[in-house]
Design a protein around this ligand. Sequence first.
Ligand code: FES
Ligand SMILES: [Fe+2]
Length: 420
Amino acid sequence: MAGTGVSDSSTLAHRSWPREGLTRVPYWVFEAADVHAAEQQRLFEGPAWSYLCLEAELPNAGDFRTTFVGKLPVVVVRDRGGEVNAFENRCAHRGALIALENRGNVKAFSCVYHAWTYDLKGTLKGVAFKNGVKGEGGMPASFCMADHGPRRLRVATLAGLVFATLAPEAPPLREYLGDEIVARIERVLGGRTPVVLGRFTQSLPNNWKLYVENVKDSYHASILHLFFTTFGLNRLSMRGGIIVDPSGGHHVSFSAIDRAAEKDEEYSSQKLRSEHDSYQLADPTLLEGFEEFPDGVTLQILSVFPGFVLQQIQNVIAVRQILPREVDRTDLHWTYLGFAEDTPVQRAIRHKQSNLVGPAGYISLEDGCVGGFVQRGIATAEGECAVLEMGGSGAESQESRATEASVRGFWKAYRAAMGL
Ligand code: FES
Ligand SMILES: [Fe+2]
């Protein structure tokens, strides 16, 4: 890998994907340390664009956020010219984090260890006691500050979302996403001013890819999530569809609430845990939303490869960032959004409906544990495979959501990125 001094060319040479292709996922991909290490090099630091933060989090010059690309620590900061810059959060001296806080505002960054300083573009500007003390010590005359500094990332923004890549060969962000995904992002975020309503970080007891699979898995949503089905928010029999981009890595799943589909035979005949007549909401106003989108779509889950999610569930708009910590540990960062244009009533609805999602959300709480059920279930199954044959063997867009097409799409993009 250029610039890293690390060669990973033979790391995965002994691994081979099952011959069935995308309908099988080998369990070692969720468990093996060599795969986990190679993902950082080939995927997160390869030609993919990773979500960093929202422009709304950096309104002023000097505003910064710290985050990660995979496991690479990153500083994102707005400079005095209004540009958003991102660089590795690693001091050029001996490697300490340059910024320690999650967010803040600075004129410049100063490393806490020996006070080397950096400007808002990540350029090394000062070395403490560079010329020594009383003519003794100090850096050699040959030391040139311009030769030292953290790695810089290429940054691009779209509809208030800040993405970055380390790879010079990555295509421009819009090209990476494709027109269909760009349009679906702009459908939710375009033409208005996002404001952050709140955040959660959720620690997941599973490999990061199990959560990505879960996000893309339209098959499970109305089965695992008792609340979804019971209160008629999402059923596979409602109007909707799946969009998978040509790379396979990005997807959109969408549906529109259809009261006629609420009591359909298809569900009652399946004897699902989620199909229940006996539950009622004590306060049905929880589900009373406002019409926000002219297309009538009440649920749109969108993912960008490798680990970004934009969610519209009723009037709950949120972004999720999926970050690997260890082979079997993942941090999921939720940021809830409203818009400066919201009326007070609309804002109150967003707050109320935000109870639907998040770590303890009525809808999404099961997703926080089901990845752990898989991780525990496959504990000694490195040689076995998951079966993904729902809706065929391809990874193309389709109208039915009774399919695993977008999950297969993820593995298509993953295999391409990893050379597997
Ligand atoms: S490690 Fe940052 S100044 Fe020494
Ligand atoms: Fe789910």
